[in-house]
Every structure is written in C-alpha cells, then in structure tokens.
Design a protein around this ligand. Structure first.
Ligand code: NOJ
Length: 539
C-alpha cells in the first residue's frame, strides 16, 4: 500500500525571508538556507516547502510573482537555487516550490502588457470587466481589504483581484495562460525540484459574475489538465492549499489515482477558534469537542480514499503553542503534547520553521508589524469604529507576523538570524528559546520532534493504520487508536493545564510507551498538565 514516498515523509516549511540571512541585509536568503541544511538533516525531515522565492515586488512577501522563472535578488540567484536543490539532495531532502498560480504580480510582464490595450495579446491573461470609473462591476471584496476590482483608465475596464491590488487574478479560462503555466512548471521540474505547493489553488476557476471564487465549476477540469501536463511526468509531491475543502472535495483533489494532487492542505481544524460566520479576527475559545469531531471525520473519511496534510502552523497562522498550548509555565510540555497528538495521525506532517523549538507568538505595537493583511486590517477596523485595544488583541492572537519573526538560532544578537537589522523584529524571548540550546538535548521540544520523525519511519502503522477516536465526549482528553495487522498504537493527550484522570484502562501488558512529554509517567491514568503518551502494542 505504502508505495508513495511522500506518505511517510515529514515536510518542513521554510519562510525564506525569516529563516537565515547570509549577507547581513536583514532578510533571509538561499545561501542562508544552504548553511542550515545540516540542521534540517539532523532533525530528519524529508522535504522542504519553500515559500515563494521567485522575483517579486514583495507586496505580499513573494506571493506576488513578477517572474516565475527567476529568483528574487533579495534571496539570491538561480544558481543559488540550483545549489540548494543539489545540496539538499545530497542529504536526501527534496525542495518543494510554492506555486502562486491564482494571480501574478501587477509588475509581471504579462500584466504590464495586458493593461496597455484591450487588443494586446496579453490582455486576456487577466480577468477584466467593462464598467464606468467609480461604478464597480459588483460588490466583491478582496481578501486584504477593499473592493476586488481596480480601474485601469488605459483600457477603461476593471481587473479582478482576490488579494491585493498588486495581485491581479490570472484568467484560467484562457488556454494560453494555462499553457504558459504548464511550461513554467515543467521548467522547474527539469531543474530537479521535488514537488510543488499550490497557493490558493481552489480559487483559480473563479466566476466573478456569479460571485464564485472557491471551487468554481471548471476547477477540477483545470487541475486534472495541469496534473497530466506536468506533475504526472515525475515522482513529485504536490499539495494543494484548499481553504474550502470538504472531505468529499478532498477525495477529488487527492484521489489516489494521482489525477490531481498528492494531498490537500485544508484548514477546517485550524479555523475553529473564531466566531462562526465572521472573520478570523473575531476571536472565540476553541470548541474542543468540535476539534475532535473534525479530526475524526477527516481521519476516517480520507482513509484509503485520499491524503491529508497534518499541521498546526504555517506562515499565515499564529504559533500553536501560544494559540492552543501554553506559552508560559508549560511551554515545553504543551508544545510536545501538540506534536505527539498530531504526528500520531494519518497524513503527511508539516513542521513550520521554529515550531520544532516551541517558538511563540509576539505582541508588538502596530508600527512594528510588516504584514499587508495585518496593516490593512488595522486601518479598516479603525475606520469602522473598533476600539484600538480590541484590534490589537486580535492581531496579537492572529497576525501572520506571529509566524514570520526571524528563526531563533541562538542567544546571540538578533537570535543569530542576521548580523544586520532584521526586516521584522526578533521575538524578545530568543535568549530562552533557540536552536543552539535545544539541538543536542533529547528532552527538548526539538528532541521530541526528531523522535516523532524517526518513529514515523520505523512504524508503518503510523502511515497506513486505521484511526479510531476514543473518549469523544471527554472535555479534556484527546485520545485515539491507530491499527494495522501487526500493531496497535494508542495516543492519549491531556489537552489542558489541569491534572485530570483518564477513564481509559491503563495500557499494561504488552503495551510499551513509545514517547511521552514527561520524565515521570507512572501515575497510572492520572494525566499531568498537557501530558501526552504514545503507546505501542505488537499484536
Ligand atoms: C495564501 C498564502 O499562504 C498567503 O500567504 C498569501 O497571502 C495568499 N495565499 C495570496 O497569495
């Protein structure tokens, strides 16, 4: 069954501008990443998902690409990228590129041409609507605030943008656009990349006249064509960022026949702590029973019929230890608990840089933030009359910059990230939380992640085993069983900071404790704050 390498792989996400700076300009770069490959090899990961490094005006930190076949000078050169692929390859690490195909930058040659005239051969590469200046085609809004339409006087038309005005949406209805994209993907495959992460890929088949953005009618037709023309020609991993996926849709995206992607990256579990029907900034406590229900549904419904990503973090999400763990007294215990809970499940685990150290959120003043979404939201909510304190509370909890503070390598100045001035302020806790201090320590958060990665390689039950949720109604404990012909694996986690009694029978006899987050676990079924245990029984 388990023939695909990416099923037993663990993927590490790098946000290049915040990972390691080799030239002192305050921004991370490709040579910086190359200098840290030994660290990644030590951790044991199989592949690196690189957030975008292509040429870009950086309006949305690289998610606005102006040349898909070149590297932004801020990150290095094409030669550096080739060197990275080669050097990573020597350590059996594959490099996964981030493909941003829903939109380009407005500074891309295609758009520069497209806006010159309606007759220009590139005009139809984007989504235009006739109109009158000041009268928008409809009321659709962009994800980073403001209308989804922008007027271009030269052509007397509006173009459509789901994200910032500098990210015009590409017109996937146009076969020439699709061809250009496939050729570009094949060019990267030739360069030896190990796969692709596809940014907001469920939004490419938009139909703005019908207010359709996600999951448009032609979406799966486009995806199958792209897969056929590109991915299927090599042994790649492909992961689609699909915000709106249900389990039914996920079975299409990640159909085991390989017709679309290897796996989905969906967000149902990670969007639970917000007021239903509102925005992520509208904070609500995590509904724990719902979290268990969501995980159980994805685990059972995709088993054998699709493939999921397992994640708590990425460059758009706050740090999990601050979010659903405890970044004070129990930082280490709760970071490990969250890791054990997640890595015991079926799917491909993703570790976002610094997660393996238990890095935390930050609480900055507004002028210390850099993220376009954060800054726009602040302005928009102030205009709408929100109190400044309420906006700041939302930003401290959910700003994307929580994830983007520089990687904490050591207790040296700027956390060892740069010798210059970091583009975004380093989290002040770097003296206590850093890689240098944890790397050689098996008992650290790093040590726990390293061991979890190793276990995934050793026990196929972690890859293919079935899933059964236990104690669905328990308000504190997250427990489940994985099972195959040879093994049964039992994971029991206290999700909160109080000591609780677990009503499961104590796993005695042939159960062996594989990993836990406390030295002392011989308390029977009394679970200490955030205690997590993973047991294994050979049948
Ligand atoms: C999703 C990416 O993860 C996010 O960082 C970006 O801003 C949007 N897509 C737009 O490309």
């Amino acid at each position: 069954m388990n023939t695909k390498w990416w099923k037993s792989a663990v993927i590490y996400q790098i946000y290049p501008r915040s990972f390691a700076d080799s030239n002192g300009d305050g921004i991370g770069d490709l040579q910086g990443i190359i200098s840290k490959l030994d660290y990644l090899e030590d951790l044991g990961i199989d592949a690196v998902w690189l957030s975008p490094v292509c040429r870009s005006p950086q309006d949305d930190n690289g998610y606005d690409i102006s040349d898909y076949r070149d590297i932004d000078p801020m990150f290095g050169t094409l030669e550096d990228m080739e060197e990275l692929i080669r050097e990573a390859g020597k350590r059996n690490i594959r490099i996964i590129m981030d493909l941003v195909l829903n939109h380009s930058s407005d500074e891309h040659y295609w758009f520069q041409e497209a806006k010159k005239s309606r007759e220009n051969p590139y005009h139809d590469y984007y989504v235009w609507r006739d109109g009158v200046e000041g009268v928008l085609p409809n009321d659709m809004r962009a994800a980073f605030g403001g209308p989804a339409w922008e007027w271009v006087p030269e052509v007397q038309q509006y173009y459509f943008h789901q994200f910032s005005v500098k990210q015009p949406d590409l017109n996937w209805e146009n076969p020439k656009v699709r061809r250009e994209i496939y050729d570009m993907i094949n060019w990267w495959i030739q360069k030896g990349v190990g796969g692709f992460r596809l940014d907001v890929i469920d939004q490419i088949a938009k139909e703005p006249d019908h207010h359709i953005t996600g999951n448009g009618p032609r979406l799966h037709e486009f995806l199958r064509e792209m897969s056929r023309e590109t991915f299927q020609k090599a042994d790649l991993v492909t992961v689609g960022e699909t915000w709106g996926a249900t389990t039914e849709l996920a079975k299409l995206y990640s159909n085991p026949d390989g017709s679309e992607f290897s796996m989905v990256f969906q967000f149902e579990h990670i969007c639970l702590d917000q007021i239903a029907g509102k925005e992520k900034w509208d904070l609500a406590p995590l509904p724990f029973l719902k979290l268990k229900e969501v995980f159980a549904r994805w685990q059972t419904e995709l088993c054998g019929q699709g493939w999921n990503s397992l994640f708590w973090n990425n460059h758009d999400l706050p740090r999990i230890v601050s979010r659903w763990g405890n970044d004070g007294e129990y930082r280490v215990e709760s970071a490990k608990m969250l890791a054990i809970l997640l890595h015991g499940m079926q799917g491909t685990p993703y570790i976002y840089q610094g997660e393996e150290l238990g890095m935390t959120n930050v609480a900055y003043e507004i002028d210390q933030y850099q993220d376009i979404e954060t800054l726009n939201l602040y302005k928009e909510r102030l205009e709408k009359g929100y109190q400044k304190e309420d906006i700041m509370r939302s930003l401290h909890a959910k700003s994307r910059d929580n994830a983007r503070t520089p990687m904490q390598w050591s207790d040296a100045e700027n956390a060892g990230f740069t010798t210059g001035k970091p583009w975004l302020k380093v989290n002040p806790n770097y003296k206590e939380i850093n890689a240098a201090q944890q790397r050689g320590d098996a008992d650290s958060v790093f040590g726990c992640y390293k061991e979890l990665i190793r276990l995934r390689k050793e026990y196929p039950v972690l890859i293919d085993g079935t899933f059964q949720m236990l104690l669905r109604e328990d308000e504190n404990i997250f427990a489940y069983i994985r099972e195959d012909a040879d093994y049964q694996l039992l994971v029991i986690c206290n999700f909160y900071g109080q000591t609780v009694r677990c009503s499961l029978e104590e796993p005695g006899g042939s159960y062996q404790l594989l990993i836990s987050n406390y030295q002392e676990t011989n308390h029977g079924m009394i679970l200490q704050p955030y205690e997590a245990r993973m047991y294994l029984m050979r049948k």
